[in-house]
Design a protein. Structure first.
Length: 47
């Protein structure tokens, strides 16, 4: 019996979760007034 837990998500699913988390973070910051529209346009280019 192996004690190593197999991952339940594929790399594609994990990438989608990360992308959605980043987008959610940007939207929350925009709503709170921490980001301007210009910052939002550049957010996807920084990596």
């Amino acid at each position: 019996m192996s004690l190593v837990k197999k991952p339940t998500m594929t790399l594609r699913q994990l990438a989608a979760v990360r992308r959605n988390a980043r987008l959610t973070n940007v939207l929350i910051r925009v709503r709170n007034g921490a980001l301007t529209q210009k910052d939002v346009k550049n957010a996807g280019r920084s990596g």
